[in-house]
Design a protein around this ligand. Structure first.
Ligand SMILES: *Cc1c(COP(=O)(O)O)cnc(C)c1O
Length: 357
């Protein structure tokens, strides 16, 4: 028998096994039609139903008020940086950016091409190991945040309390917990961290706040153009949308975002408890800013780093090597990762202490 693999990959990342088997079945034969999901028209009833179910699951699982629009587009979160800025920063207005990591920096860089974008705060001086508190309001039209900093393992503990409407990159923690949606003018999220495979990016936005920039937006970057065509302005990424829809069904069947929040809290308590207890490891993120999705840590003695990676490999733990900008280790614990996998990792850390401590 092959060894079970515990997939801690930061992204693209683990998906529920039931989703993988349904998605692969649909590539052969979609719902007994005798045709593959990827060889039918996106205008066929079968696919239009899939797109509508995916959009409607986003609405129901995040409890969206009716005025919020839901789109599945292409270009990843990296195009979202520009798209969000173009659709929301008014000519002559501005968006403030909380610079809490690499992705946040990239978001600001793209927005500066549009103009009216500046840093509100930054934790770069301390190596992005924390999330600086936001002010209670800002003079800008919007405040942009990155809710979870995938690379550094920091996350806002809850939706920030701020009067200014927010635009948020939620790529790596969407659907990991409930969201106070009214605080957000727009949320965007690449699918491949917590929702599905790479290839689609989810946009959720308040229709009452769009179309007010006074800017001529190219059609493909104009969210209202996509909304007008029910997220089918051009051929959608059918496989990514279908597989995201399956993951959303799975989420719904497993207690929704509240269930995910509770399971994610249990996994985080398990790994951080061990990081804090075990003298051979140090947590990277400031404890007040720790991410429930990505736990970053290093070996107290760097000479142990490669030996620990080898011990993980031996135990079937995959994807644990830290991002090059932090080093050490990163345990990404997205929705589909079972607690049992975190327990295996903790056991390897304990065994490492017994043999090397
Ligand atoms: C991965 C990631 C991105 C980049 O997503 P792409 O879809 O690859 O463009 C952006 N923001 C965050 C927070 C991420 O984790």
């Amino acid at each position: 028998m092959t060894q079970a693999i515990h997939n801690f990959s930061a992204g693209p990342c683990i998906l529920p096994p039931s989703v993988l088997s349904q998605a692969s079945q649909a590539v052969h034969d979609l719902d007994g039609m005798g045709l593959s999901l990827i060889e039918i028209s996106h205008r066929s009833k079968a696919f239009v139903d899939i797109m509508e179910e995916a959009r409607s699951l986003v609405r129901s699982e995040l409890n969206l008020p009716g005025r919020y629009e839901v789109l599945f587009l292409q270009g990843g979160a990296s195009l979202g940086f520009l798209t969000a800025a173009m659709n929301f920063i008014p000519e002559g207005g501005s968006m403030d950016y909380a610079v809490t990591g690499t992705w946040a920096k990239k978001a600001l860089k793209e927005a500066k091409r549009i103009g009216g974008a500046q840093a509100l705060s930054s934790s770069e001086e301390t190596g992005f190991d924390r999330i600086p508190a936001l002010p209670s309001s800002s003079a800008a039209d919007f405040v942009h945040i990155t809710t979870n900093n995938t690379i550094y393992g920091t996350q806002y503990g809850a939706d920030p309390v701020i009067d200014t409407p927010m635009v948020a990159d939620m790529s790596s923690d969407i659907f990991s917990r409930p969201v106070d949606i009214e605080k957000y003018a727009c949320i965007y999220a690449g699918a491949q961290k917590n929702m599905g495979p790479a290839g689609t990016v989810l946009y959720i936005y308040d229709t009452e706040r769009i179309g007010k920039t006074g800017r001529d937006i190219p059609s493909y970057l104009d969210l209202a153009v996509h909304a007008d065509k029910d997220s089918m302005f051009n051929t959608p990424p059918v496989f990514a949308v279908y597989t995201s829809m399956l993951t959303l069904r799975w989420l719904k069947d497993n207690g929704g975002v509240e269930g995910a929040r509770d399971r994610n809290a249990a996994k985080a308590a398990c790994i951080y408890g061990e990081i804090d207890r075990n003298p051979l490891f140090n947590g990277f993120a400031d404890p007040g800013s720790r991410s429930v999705m990505n736990a970053t840590f290093t070996a107290a003695d760097d000479a142990h780093t490669s030996a620990f990676l080898a011990a993980c490999d031996e135990a079937g733990i995959s994807g644990i090597k830290g991002h090059r900008s932090v080093g050490g280790f990163r345990a990404s614990m997205y929705n589909a990762l079972p607690l049992a996998s975190v327990e295996v990792l903790v056991e390897v850390m304990r065994e490492f202490e017994r043999t090397r401590g």
